[in-house]
Design a protein around this ligand. Sequence first.
Ligand SMILES: [Zn+2]
Length: 446
Amino acid sequence: MAYGQGTRLPGESASKLGHLAVVKSPWVKALIAEFESALPQEGDPSGSTWSSFSSENVQSLSRVWAVDGSFVSVKAAQHPPREVAFVKTALLAIDRARLDAIDKEHPHPLLLQDVLRDSAVFHATVFPLKNVRTPLGTNYDAVRHIIRDSMRIDEDGAFYETLKWLAYKKWSKHPTNSPAFNCPHCHIEIKSGLPINTDEGQCPKCDGVVFLTDMLGFHLDMDEESAPDSVASAYMLMMELLMLFTAIRIFWGHSDKSLVTDTLFIKDGPLTLRSQYSKLVPGLRAFLQHAKEIERPVHVIGQEKSGAFFDHLASIVRFPPPHSRDEPTSYSVLSHDFVRREVYRSPDLQNPYGSRTNWGEKLYVKFDPGTYMVLNVPTGNYNEAGTFPLADDLIGLDRILATLPSLISHKHEGALFPVELANGIASLSNYPSAKILQHFMEAPLG
Ligand SMILES: [Zn+2]
């Protein structure tokens, strides 16, 4: 869209618009009047409701796992230019006791090394984007096979096992077939999904071989309209989810039944799966609901560092307490109605907010006058009511809020230290260096 540069010109006064015919519209007039008046606001215009939090008698969580990822596309200086995308994701385990010993502003490198030793796992792969051919087949098939092989090979298949655990509800007493999905060859919907615990099957219509990883639907991101790197970004998000749930799955099966509940699992970004990937959402909710019901609640948060919620919170955060560092933390749980009315400002009556895509609900937290965050916390089952959720619906909110203050980074505003560490490992900007990536690209491919 054009007009992008308009955002950089706030000084251009609205009265310049006076000669436009559209100003005759009372709606446009009201909008311009609002711009020109620009009175300082005296209260939160969105009317968010905040509660104060006390960590008294609340047990904080003793372990933290954080996941983050990155991807980068690299072009080789050849004609036609070949292009591939590298994806890297990292999962990091941290013991709170060891973390507490570290200065979050100037971490001592040796102490940091100690925290990270044997506690970080990373996963990386590469996808063809443009003008890359392998002797094995088309790009389309190459990407399908790379996804299957990358997930199955790494960490002896631990991440792939997690995909099966989620897709077939293997955590349940009654596992099921996989969710339905579209055949990557003939595109009809395979309604029955794949049978429990299988790695591949046959399309009932075209007899083509379909992999469990095809169920996720990356091939739908490879049509001509998609951005070339959309598979890479979708794969990164999926691997972040699978790595985090690998930690959850392993703790879930551990003989020490309290491990999973005494841990905070942190994902960078919202707890959302868009379009075809949302078929995993009902299973994620069902697992978290089941865990809650059998009194082994799993504490998961997602942190949003940009986007509509972050911008909204930044615009109102000066109104609620704490106004000084001695005041307690406060938080605001956002109901579906509030999200529609105040954050998106577009009442969509057809679909309840987040019903298809979200496995966590939204929450604002203000720890001190300068530290605030947009968090997502799961509720288990989804409830489409406009007044949902309330604080009690968010799984383990008290224990989460009692744990977060010790994880706040002093280097970046509103950042969580474990996410910063995971980000450092997952970042492709320094590893492997862009030069090495380019060299790799220019070397002849087998
Ligand atoms: Zn088919």
